[in-house]
Design a protein around this ligand. Structure first.
Ligand code: SF4
Length: 462
């Protein structure tokens, strides 16, 4: 029996590390002793045979780096680094550490466990998948985190976590999925995984999919039939509560047609998640969303990318379109702004070509004032984001404290607006340049006009 440690940096992510959970199943089937801990372990140097370190996003780099260094320096174990960020940037890790990163899903040496899987009445249904995909085809081990209070404990308690499909061949320029999964799998086993979790860790109310692009699947009909037969048909209940399917990474709106909308309507999908990343898809977005709403689905979540090749104006438009549809159809489309940060970046400082640091902070301050939510109510939306693109741009250029504490700064905002309105285009450009680097970085070097200098005093105490 070997001692195995599964770890990752202690970031606050509400989703559990599915890859580590599968690795745990693999080692437990092998008879190993498996631990998951986010705290740096202080055991004998040779206590662990293997230490798996999972990575997620670019902005966790500092913490992850520290963690890998710690285990490299203090243990003799074989250290395996994998997960999203390492798969996208293997060179970064390999340059920094003496190790080879595992890119994509982990297959592992599964020969020893095939017999056990064959004999298990549930797992024998996935035997061929395990032969082909190895560890990645195994069910997740929910007991891995027993006794630990983690940011994802609630999600774990309430959900079956799995994939119905894997990969995506759409090659959206901002997306790194292709670097992680280089082919598309249109149907992974669902029932055996759900049944295994149910038998070993108890029944779950909801089902949460981490698919990259489910609608690309030619087997969508099989997927929804299977979900219905597992008790996730439309209107399904778990005791007295409704139970839901959630395709958490969003569905590809471009691939949605009447047939697929009808299929989705046979299962208890809620919310239905889409993305609205590019304003050139405006008409398609409106058309498909209206079809979805008219089919009876009223609860929709939309991821809205910004800070990429978009402009602040088109970001505003993309939010506003959903507000208008809400009003017209009496539905609830929630927008979730997602700030683009290239995954090669090791911090969150990236600023897209059409944005400035001031504007990015402005969006964050607006969201700060609305507790992170884009209001669904048109009146609240207009107050938070402005009634039109110009009003939105003006809000983004307000001092940060004026944006966050709008009520308290009502008079200041009135004064700011009155003064700002009187500047001509060139003067506004000078002001934007002076404040573009954000709070406490006001650059008055190019400003000679006393009127402009006086206006910039608004930013002294922001
Ligand atoms: S459709 Fe989604 S998963 Fe596929 S490449 Fe585009 S963003 Fe990535």
């Amino acid at each position: 029996m070997k001692n195995i440690l599964l770890t990752e940096a202690d970031y606050r992510d509400k989703y559990p590390p599915l890859g580590l959970m599968k690795i745990s199943t693999f080692h437990k089937l092998n008879g190993d002793n498996v631990e998951y801990s986010r705290e740096k372990q202080k055991k004998e140097k040779n206590y662990y045979s293997k230490i798996y370190i999972a990575t997620r996003f670019s902005f966790h780099w500092k913490k992850t780096k520290e963690l890998i260094k710690y285990y490299e320096n203090n243990y003799d174990a074989q250290i395996l680094v994998g997960g999203i960020h390492a798969s996208i940037n293997p060179e970064l890790y390999e340059k920094e550490f003496q190790l080879k990163v595992h890119v994509g899903s982990l297959k592992g040496d599964i020969e020893n466990i095939l017999q056990l899987i064959e004999k298990d009445p549930i797992l024998n249904n996935i035997l061929e998948d395990v032969r082909s995909y190895g560890i990645d085809a195994l069910p997740p081990d929910y007991s891995l985190f027993e006794g630990q209070d983690l940011p994802f404990s609630k999600v774990l308690e309430e959900n079956y976590l799995l994939r119905a499909t894997k990969g995506c061949n759409r090659n959206c320029s901002f997306c790194d999925v292709r670097k992680i999964h280089n082919s598309y799998n249109s149907k992974l086993p669902i029932s055996p995984i759900v049944n295994y979790i149910k038998k070993n860790y108890g029944e779950k109310r909801n089902i949460l999919f981490f698919d990259d692009n489910t609608l690309l699947s030619k087997k969508l009909d099989e997927i929804v039939i299977e979900l219905s037969s597992l008790g996730f048909n439309q209107g399904a209940k778990f005791g007295k509560k409704r139970r839901y399917c959630d395709f958490n990474q969003g569905l590809d709106l471009r691939l949605l047609d009447e047939n697929k909308i009808n299929l989705l309507n046979t299962i208890s999908i809620n919310p239905v998640r889409f993305a609205f990343d590019d304003i050139s898809l405006k008409e398609l977005f409106k058309d498909r969303i209206e079809k979805v709403v008219n089919s009876g689905i009223k609860n929709i979540a939309v991821y809205v990318l910004y800070n990429y090749n978009d402009t602040p104006e088109d970001f505003y438009q993309r939010l506003k379109i959903s507000i208008d549809i809400n009003k017209k159809h009496n539905c609830r489309i929630f927008s979730f702004p997602m700030k683009y940060v290239p995954n090669e970046q090791i911090d969150r400082k990236y600023i897209g070509g059409n944005w400035t640091k001031r504007m990015i902070r402005g969006v964050q301050c607006i969201l700060n004032s609305t507790h992170g939510i884009v209001p669904v109510n048109p009146d609240f939306f207009n107050v938070a984001f402005g009634e039109n693109e110009n009003a939105f741009l003006n809000i983004l250029h307000l001092p940060e404290n004026y944006i966050i504490y709008r009520k308290e700064n009502k008079d200041n905002i009135g004064k700011w607006s009155e003064e700002y309105r009187q500047f001509n285009t060139e003067e506004k450009v000078l002001i934007h340049q002076a404040i573009s680097a954000g709070k406490r970085k006001i650059d008055v070097n190019n400003i000679l006009d006393p009127k402009l200098l006086r206006f910039l005093e608004h930013y002294i105490n922001e």
